[in-house]
Design a binder for this molecule. Sequence first.
Ligand code: ADP
Ligand code: MG
Length: 421
Amino acid sequence: MGQTAGEVDNPVKAVLLDLDGLILDTESLCVEVARSVVERYGKDLTLEAQRAALGKRPLECWASVAEILALPVPAEQLLAESEPLLAARWADAPLLPGALRLVRHLAASGVPFAVATSTPRATFNSKMSRKPELRQLLAERPGAVVVCGDEVTNGKPHPDVFLAAAAGLGVPAAQCLVLEDAPSGAAGATSAGMRVVVVPSLVGVGAEFGPADPAAASGLLQLLPSLLAFCPESYGLPRFHDTLPPAGHPGGGVIPMDRVVRLRGEVVKGFGRGSKELGIPTANVCPAAVAKHLAEAVTGIYAGWARVGQRPEIHKTVLSIGWNPFFANKEKTLEPWILADFDQPFYGETLSLVICGYVRPEANFSSLEDLVARIHADADVSRAALDCPPLAALAADPFLLDLEASGSAAPSRQSSGLGPA
Ligand code: ADP
Ligand code: MG
């Protein structure tokens, strides 16, 4: 059990969870299926159409898409065409990073929580069908509350589903915190009088919650890049206890990742500013080798293990994945700083990486000195965390010890993403 309320005004008493795009990565399934349906009518599924559909109930999704793309058939028909394609795939939707960790934490620390989803009940059941632990925690625990889209009168952005979930828990709206990925859900939550944390699932959606947004300006809405960046204690809820090192560290804590990422690629030239401007060299990995992973990866700072070519040493490393806000990069990059001294650059050699800890979200800094100081703090906490048993053991990961593969960058073997924690 963690530390609870006290320092926080009006502490949160219950958490309401969206499902699609927050707990489960169903959006990429939906986008794939919707794309194949609109292609039958010679249309491309634009980002605008994807955004308009996000978070809504299925028929309302199709109504938005049909209108935006001027499709010649009614939403009912589009829904009927998509349903069999989707039904076959719901059970495979992967968990999003940090989702299971959060649900386990809420259950273990006795915080009342509920699911408030636009998904109809039958689809909810399909989505849970091959995820026994998630199903138990969300729907089968004593006192579990799940409100589905077909169990309320009006869907998001109306507040109905959130109000019904709060009523089910017996907690007043003003003491509920909603976690959402979609603008329609965030609107529903604030109109229910609830605070909301938005973790956008679709690239670009975050921009819709700029400082001009009244909910953001009033402090009702907080935007986060990932559930891994959520700090329950800032809402008066028990803090997580899984960060490493266990005793805490001035540089924060590292969250061990449930799904470790293994990547290999050739070291290529970057902008050359790591060493020159920061005094911190970062080995840029050939973008093609890590493209799939990069596209899916949650941006942020990570800790892991690295090996250069077939050299005998396995080194601790701290990595940044993202757009590097300080330098306003145009492309998402993955840049490891290996925490060791090298006499020579190692361009052209294969770098093997095992990424196993989440350190913090990306951040911007007002000065180069602040940025450099923070990177050193990230390195310190990563060093300490990588000494702790679950992460330390990964220095002997077979992926790093595979000498044959370490000698050549291609073909690279990759896990499926910086994926679900
Ligand atoms: P670039 O922009 O070309 O990546 P940097 O100034 O960031 O240039 O330097 C990175 C290069 O320095 C790496 O590609 C590698 O060859 C070399 N290097 C030397 N020491 C390290 C280290 N500790 N971590 C990462 N790269 C290092
Ligand atoms: Mg570099």
